[in-house]
Write a protein of this length. Sequence first.
Length: 95
Amino acid sequence: MDDVTEQFKSVQNKFYIILLLTILFFASGFVLKYFDVELFNPFYGAFIGVLIFNIGVWKFYRCPKCNSVPFALGGDGVEICPKFCQKCGAKFKEK
């Protein structure tokens, strides 16, 4: 394995933590609404989840070689399990 592949494993683990936090905050509003806990509007949980995702992606989920965010091929959005960087071509996964 080369150095970029090893570095991207660490980056991807951080991204999975960001995804988990996003889902937890996004779902928290709905769970509290289900149990009739009206401490805050369910919108706030979803809003915090979206903020965590966006800030986390732009800060942590980047190619170790060229520092670009791995976007999906031909579309908008972040690719969750990229095999290579779309910008510089660095391989993130071995065959």
